[in-house]
Design a protein around this ligand. Structure first.
Ligand code: NAD
Length: 495
């Protein structure tokens, strides 16, 4: 394992890319504009990155459409596409440390999470998607013998992908890997808060043999580059991960333009339910802390609503506070750090406002509180826990996307389910119980795309990831992700 000094030394050698990547080469935005990419740990400037807008989107769509129609990728034998994507995965593995460091500098997450989760998961997702693609068989329909009906899966064309900043490379890979494997051409707009790793991997894609124009990266803002992509008639499919507010806007843009297919992985306000029959109260409390404080709470599936059975609440809270105190915000390049800064000042202010509103609404502050900010010292916020919270309070209803936990209690299983489902979101849920029947029963009744029993957040590329209600539609990862980037075609032949 590398030390803090090793990472600092590597940082000195880092050559960050900052131009857009279109048609196999780096290019500045047509209007010459850039935006500042800031390191949230010390607020230093990392790079001035190309700020693409409608003109760049028009160009990238033209390039991607041309690449798609040429068949250079869409008609390449799936086995050959697989080999190129596997080579790309090899290159990512060769640049493992560089990519980990880039995302840590760009958005503040701990280097240990990058090394243990984000980069291995991203590489695995690419390999898994690549491996699937020459195993995707079509069907022959059981028609009468005078006809032959072939049902095949075709790539969609130009897929625009818009991603958030909280897991920069991983959120990108969950979408680009299946989309590219299926034979589409992709235009990616990474978050303006974390565009750097996406630019680097685009270059590595070309090195691996991905043909020019097949994978393009347009850094820029949502209301310029993002909106232009979502409204573009040349984009056939739009895949998005981000807030529910923007997800709703994208559905409108699709309706206003060409009714492009829209896949949405949106926000969450996930519940964690701890029953009085849970096997180990301390382990459940530690699990609840992991479920909210991982990645500074900037996790879509963060369990920011905690429901603990009334009879165990005092003992549970004691263990929860002990576990939360292990999350001491610090320099994310230190391998011992479990919690880095929030991504930027706007996010810091958002989290601060929610903590202030919880206090004003009368929740009891058990740990943390309003964070302090000194200019140039980074956007650090410590774990904050409130008890005596209720569903009338705004901080219990809205997604905060920071290290803020609302603890509540319940008496019966029915009440726990009712409270858990009383949310516009439906992304993940975590249940702690030793009763297997109860686990199945409650899991079925939860309005949620994913349920974890006696754990939280576990999973690999083999399982689908996504939500219901305002948390979105469609799934990332697994076979289901590949389905979403293909179209079913029926070819009927009279014999
Ligand atoms: P965001 O919605 O503000 O931005 C996401 C992306 O959308 C960015 O690239 C942004 O530039 C772009 N965008 C913003 N306005 C746009 C517009 N008008 N048109 C087109 N694009 C636009 O979200 P964020 O702050 O980057 O990320 C945090 C959110 O992402 C949280 O709500 C979190 O729950 C969610 N998230 C969901 C999942 C999931 O799998 N469901 C995973 C990670 C994050």
């Amino acid at each position: 394992m590398k030390t803090y000094q090793d990472w600092q030394a590597l940082r000195e050698t880092l050559n960050l890319r900052s131009d857009a990547y279109i048609n196999g080469q780096f290019t500045p935005a047509k209007n010459g504009a850039t935006f500042a990419c800031i390191n949230p740990t010390d607020e230093s400037l990392l790079a001035n990155v190309a700020s693409c807008d409608e003109a760049d989107v028009d160009y990238a769509v033209e390039v991607a459409q041309h690449a798609f129609r040429s068949g250079v990728w869409s008609e390449m034998a799936p086995g050959q596409r697989k080999r190129i994507l596997q080579k790309w995965a090899d290159l990512l593995a060769q640049h493992f440390d560089e990519l980990a460091l880039t995302d840590t500098l760009d958005m503040g997450k701990s280097i240990s999470e990058m090394v243990n989760i984000d980069i291995p998961d991203s590489i695995d997702c690419l390999r898994w998607s690549a491996e699937c693609i020459d195993k995707l068989y079509g069907e022959i329909a059981p028609t009468n013998p005078q006809n032959l009906a072939l049902i095949s899966r075709e790539p969609l064309g130009v897929v625009a992908i818009i991603t958030p900043w909280n897991y920069p490379l991983m959120m990108v890979m969950w979408k680009i890997a299946p989309a590219l494997a299926a034979g589409n051409c992709v235009i990616l707009k990474p978050s303006e808060k974390s565009p750097l790793s996406a630019l680097r991997i685009a270059e590595l894609a070309t090195q691996a043999g991905v043909p020019d124009g097949v994978f393009n990266v347009l850094p820029g803002f949502g209301h310029t580059a993002g909106k232009a992509l979502a409204l573009h008639h040349g984009v056939g499919t739009l895949a998005f991960t981000g807030s529910s507010r923007v997800a709703g806007m994208l559905m409108q843009y699709a309706g206003q333009s060409n009714m492009k297919r829209v896949w949405l992985e949106a926000g969450g306000k996930s519940p964690c339910i701890v029953f009085d029959d849970c096997k180990d109260i301390q382990a459940a409390a530690q699990g609840a802390a992991v479920a909210i404080f991982t990645n500074q709470g900037e996790v879509c599936i963060a369990c920011s609503r905690l429901y603990v059975h009334n009879s165990i609440k005092d003992e549970f809270l004691k263990h929860l506070l002990d576990a939360a105190r292990q999350y001491v915000p610090g320099d994310p390049l230190d391998p011992a750090t479990k919690m880095g800064p929030l991504v930027d000042k706007a996010q810091f202010e958002r989290v601060t406002e929610f903590i202030e509103s919880a206090i004003a609404d009368g929740a009891t502050l058990e740990l943390g509180g309003v964070p302090n900010y000194s200019e140039g010292q980074g956007f650090f916020a410590a774990p904050t826990i409130f008890s005596d919270a209720s569903h009338e309070m705004e901080f219990v209803r809205e997604e905060i996307f920071g290290p803020v936990l609302a603890m509540m209690t319940f008496e019966t299983e029915e009440e726990a389910i009712m409270l858990a489902n009383d949310s516009k979101y439906g992304l993940g849920a975590s249940i702690w119980t030793a009763d297997l029947s109860r686990a199945h029963r409650v899991s079925r009744k939860l309005e949620s795309g994913m349920v974890w029993v006696n754990t939280w957040g576990d999973g690999d590329t083999t399982v689908p990831f996504g939500g219901v209600k305002a948390s979105g539609n469609g799934r990332d990862k697994s076979w289901h992700a590949l389905e979403k980037y293909t179209e079913v075609k029926n070819t009927w032949i009279r014999l």
